[in-house]
Design a protein around this ligand. Structure first.
Ligand code: ZN
Length: 146
């Protein structure tokens, strides 16, 4: 039987090789750029938000496998949820990646949990999520996060 860890690893490899929602959203209402100079990861996140609901989400970027896979997994989990649910999810992910405490299962996003053991890579995994918060908080502007 396939180990759970192997399954997570293959999810990350798959999402890095074939990132989901990897294009520029033409009718985005907000976007933000994220930059992780420690690793060289850069991405731009596009969101179409109507009535506080995320209708569409996409991203473009270059970076390591963890940063691309994390962004790809994130776009899948944000479709058709409310802005405050997205922020709530950010806090859960941030806790999972930075604190050594038991966390509830976040479905496919659990694939990122293994990164916690590698502090240098945590910023790679959280980059897209910080960029999400920047996009949600800076309506109609392009923000750069470090
Ligand atoms: Zn990276």
């Amino acid at each position: 039987m396939m180990e759970l860890r192997d399954l997570y690893q293959s999810l990350i490899i798959d999402h890095n090789k074939h990132p989901r929602n990897f294009y520029q959203l033409e009718d985005a209402t907000v976007s933000a750029r994220g930059n992780n100079p420690l690793c060289g990861d850069q991405l731009t996140l596009y969101l179409k938000i109507e009535n506080n609901q995320i209708k569409k989400v996409s991203f473009l970027g270059v970076g390591c496998a963890i940063s691309i896979a994390s962004a790809s997994l994130m776009t899948e989990s944000l479709q058709d949820i409310k802005k405050d649910e997205a922020l709530h999810l950010f806090h859960k992910i941030h806790t999972m990646l930075t604190q050594d405490v038991p966390h509830e299962s976040l479905g496919k996003l659990d694939a990122l949990a293994g990164v916690r053991a590698y502090p240098a890579r945590v910023k790679c995994a959280t980059l897209s999520w910080h960029t999400l918060v920047a996009a949600l908080e800076n309506t109609n502007q392009i923000a750069t996060t470090e």
